[in-house]
Design a protein around this ligand. Sequence first.
Ligand code: ZN
Length: 419
Amino acid sequence: VTGDLLITGASHVATCAGPGPRRGAALDDAGVREGVAIRTASGLIAAIGPEAELRAAAREDLAAGRLTELSVGGRAIVPGFVDAHTHAVFAGNRAREFEMRLRGRTYLEILEAGGGILDTVDRVRAAGHAGLLAESAPRLARMLALGTTTAEVKSGYGLSLESELTMLEVIRDLDRTGPLALVPTFLGAHACPRGADRDAYAREVAQVMMPRVASRGLARFVDVFCDAGAFDVAQARLILDSARAHGLGLKLHADEIKSIGATPLGVELGCTSLDHLEKTTPEDVRRLADSRTVAVLLPGTAFVLALGFPPARAMIEAGVAVALATDCNPGSCYTESMPLIQMLACCGMRMTPAEALVASTINGAAALGIADRCGSLEPGKQADLLVLESADFREIAYHFGPSPVRAVIRAGKLVHGEV
Ligand SMILES: [Zn+2]
């Protein structure tokens, strides 16, 4: 199927429309419309409205072959998922460490056995540009097949100027050639390299790496793992101040292990998103609710590491803008599946299917500062949409295991599956 489309025959279209991010009761409204068709033009949504009206308006274009009708046969349509937090570019895997953890070995024992983030760092440095590209491209193809049309991807397994730049170049190349749109984030402060002093390394990230990353246009955001055992609030502030001075957007890995003040720092600095938040205090939930910062929750990681889920219900009731993401990474959550994350959000955090969908689409886009372009099905936005196997969008979270996605349309083109 090529050219502009008239997409018809949907049971319903969950538009997730409206200015994002959605909060409170609005989060529970997926904007479901029945009897509507979608017309695309040059990769964008040109119109969405009653099927009979759109078909009548399109009669000449259909007859002249300028427009192709795509009937989805009574299935549901939702926006493509926006996965706002991934580490999907990496080399090797940590299956050995997965088993060690299940056998009750402690974090320290795993580190001593050569596991943890630094294990992946060694493999990423050894893989180089070509190896990283070859291992990561199939992962992105699996993300697309599971419905993700836009994903943020972080560096952070290089931990040296040279290999952080290599990671960001791989992300750039995968964005150019790959099947989904990528938003690059510089996470030089993911961990401290072996033998380095943490303060000195934080200064290197802020003062040496940042100017190089920024001048080459390789990142849109900067992220810091600000937590107990990782970078402290002062180190995170140093790095994010530098990021802002270089015109980059701000993010933090916050409150995963312990609440050490990452959320107040992130809100004060106007971070676009704060991510994880398993251990966020009620006071910091109120801080988030009063801010423009999006809370990106990662229930897959909380589930795998048995951290306890983030307080999603308290956040939603307080008015926090909540988004969901996979955290796809080789250590704590190896999944490409946004549908699985929506199931965990529902069954683990008591979110409704509509809340989970909105948090995976328009609110994910807001967490990446691109809610004006994608994340919902509205005229003028990118025609990124999913045809589900089911007639009911709630099956995304309800029927877990097999992929709920029958076909993926990105920028108006059928890029996966068939209708
Ligand atoms: Zn992460």
